[in-house]
Design a protein around this ligand. Structure first.
Ligand code: PXL
Length: 260
């Protein structure tokens, strides 16, 4: 039986990001995927026009039903949509017997926020302390730490701050850097960097989701954290390089990319 991985995230009907992207990534990594929906979006490759968060109690009930019956070997969070949902997920995460990867999704490139600004406080106070790993990009690292994060030196400092704020390990993703995409991991072994050559394409929709889902998949399969990150980085680089070129705007990455 394939190990189970769980995503707690928003719906992206276009299939590139959110629970749809996560489930495809889990499947490609040979896992049995579970998905708890937190919010519904209306979007295509050109725009994200609406975000509707579900009632927090409904999110909590979905998680409880899974924990009672078939708990996963690892889980991740994506877009959470309201501070009530952040608090509910964090409360339930305190009972998780498996690692939780927190992808602190805040904004999509266009359109309304996936996590309203007033929920950042709840994420910091309640969810960061539950994270086996938190995976901010540069703007998310800035919003969480309040410091400017523009260089790899800034990324190391931000990772230290986020570790002090309670996350067991931190991966600051440098997809928004000039030049190569360098990610900085801080875990119990110290710092490690993971570099990939930048691929010139507008089709990167769902990159962050597939990356954190692939790390979660690696953890569910029993890989050590740094190994899971290294393999997930190879997977996501290939997924961007081989994107299917779908849509007239920012199309999705390729969830069929080879798993290293
Ligand atoms: O890539 C961030 C993201 C996460 N979750 C959902 C999304 C997006 C980006 O559009 O729609 C549901």
């Amino acid at each position: 039986m394939a190990p189970i991985a769980l995503t707690i995230a928003g719906s992206d009907p276009s299939g590139g990001a959110g629970i749809q992207g996560d489930l495809k990534t889990f499947h490609q990594w040979g896992l049995y995927g579970q998905a708890v929906v937190t919010l519904i979006t209306v979007q295509n490759s050109l725009r994200l026009s609406r975000v509707e968060a579900l009632p927090a109690g409904l999110v909590g009930e979905q998680i409880a039903a899974l924990l009672e019956d078939c708990p996963p070997a690892a889980a991740k969070t994506g877009a959470l949509g309201s501070s009530a949902i952040v608090e509910t997920v964090a409360r339930m995460a305190s009972t998780f017997q498996f690692p939780l990867v927190v992808d602190p999704v805040m904004a999509s490139t266009h359109g309304p926020l996936l996590l309203p600004a007033d929920t950042i406080e709840a994420l910091i106070a309640c969810l960061l302390p539950r994270a086996a790993l938190v995976t901010p990009n540069l703007p998310e690292a800035e919003a969480l730490t309040g410091m400017a994060v523009r260089t790899t030196a800034d990324m190391r400092l931000a990772a230290c701050r986020l570790h002090q704020m309670g996350a067991r390990a931190v991966l600051v993703k440098g997809g928004h850097l000039e030049g190569d995409a360098i990610d900085v991991l801080l875990d119990s072994a110290g710092f490690r960097e993971f570099a990939a050559t930048r691929i010139p394409t507008r089709h990167t929709h769902g990159t962050g989701c597939a990356y954190s889902a692939a790390i979660t998949a690696g953890l569910a399969r029993g890989l050590a954290l740094a190994d899971a990150v290294a393999r997930a980085k190879e997977f996501i680089s290939q997924a961007i390089r081989t994107n299917p070129g779908l849509g007239r705007g920012a199309g999705p990455v390729n969830h069929f990319a080879e798993v290293p």
